[in-house]
Design a protein around this ligand. Structure first.
Ligand SMILES: Cc1cc2nc3c(=O)[nH]c(=O)nc-3n(C[C@H](O)[C@H](O)[C@H](O)COP(=O)(O)OP(=O)(O)OC[C@H]3O[C@@H](n4cnc5c(N)ncnc54)[C@H](O)[C@@H]3O)c2cc1C
Length: 264
């Protein structure tokens, strides 16, 4: 079985207090913020690795991101992926969701035939939840989202459980297709020191715009039909006041303040 997992490097949430918005370009200033695998993409990769263990085959990871995202792909290789491809070029920078899906699709076309493409349902930075469906459209395959379970057995129809508001639907699927997963599908494995050392032996292939066939204009900021109209941090409205004194005094002051505010 040949499975391709789309992995997006996102700013590590542990450092989000350092994230800034550039008011001119209306983009996130990611410089100096370490990246990590988008959390749901970890679940997508775990699902792929489990299928490979069950059915044999190969797991490839593909990402469109700046070149300095290579440590994130190393993490994916350490988890167990066989091969990683980073689509990285100035031409791709600033792509909207259509551009992202398009660039991923031409990269995947170069990778050749596949049985499944696994994505996360959404990312923790852009968070549009559009890329997997757009990717399926570009590749001309069906797409199932919100996948919380996968059953693949030889000689039987493949089944995908897709979460809906108060339950799930069970969908018979036929490869090749694109699935996007939710976090209840599995628990991603831990990466051991040995895995990290092994990943050092696995190369990351970096492909530029010259390595793929871009027959449509939808790549990068210039080729993106949608542009961010505005982006701003919400105004801070709340104020905190520290109540001083020993616990008894603090309690009395708090009760008085609440009383004056009409709460009791
Ligand atoms: C500050 C800011 C401004 C933005 N402005 C715009 C805008 O004007 N117009 C617009 O359309 N979008 C805009 N975006 C969204 C941006 O284009 C997205 O980050 C990008 O297109 C991917 O979309 P997403 O993160 O919403 O992915 P989702 O659709 O939420 O991701 C679903 C899944 O697709 C896969 N995936 C997504 N991106 C990648 C990738 N790069 N490499 C590999 N796999 C991937 C992953 O498996 C992921 O879990 C902006 C984002 C930010 C943070």
């Amino acid at each position: 079985m040949r499975i391709i997992v789309c992995v997006k490097p996102v700013p590590d949430p542990k450092h989000w207090n350092r994230l800034q918005l550039d008011p001119k370009t209306r983009t996130l200033v990611r410089k100096g913020i370490p990246g990590t695998i988008n959390p749901l993409d970890r679940h997508a990769l775990e699902a792929a690795l489990t299928l490979r263990e069950q059915e044999g085959g190969e797991v490839l990871v593909v990402s469109m991101a700046p070149e300095d995202s290579q440590p994130v792909l190393k993490e994916a290789l350490a988890m167990g992926a066989d091969r990683a491809v980073l689509l990285s070029d100035r031409v791709f920078a600033g792509s909207d969701t259509l551009g992202t899906a398009y660039v991923l699709s031409v990269g995947i076309e170069r990778l050749g035939e596949f049985d499944l493409i696994l994505c996360g349902d959404e990312t923790i930075d852009g968070g549009t939840a559009q890329v997997s469906a757009q990717l399926a459209e570009f590749l001309g395959t069906p797409n199932v989202m919100h996948v919380s379970g996968l059953e693949v057995s030889p000689g039987k129809p493949w089944l995908a459980r897709s979460q809906i508001e108060h339950g799930y639907t069970l969908v018979e699927i036929e490869p090749p297709m694109v699935l996007s997963v939710v976090k209840t599908i599995n628990t991603p494995r831990y990466v051991t020191l040995m895995n990290i050392l092994e990943a050092e032996q696995k190369p990351i292939e970096v492909w530029s715009a010259n390595d793929v066939t871009l027959s449509e204009p939808w790549a990068g900021l210039a080729g993106s039909p949608t542009q961010m109209a505005d982006l701003f941090a919400p105004e801070r409205k709340g104020m905190a006041e520290m109540i001083t004194g020993d616990p008894k005094e603090q309690a009395a002051k708090l009760a008085d303040r609440l009383h004056r505010l009409g709460f009791c």
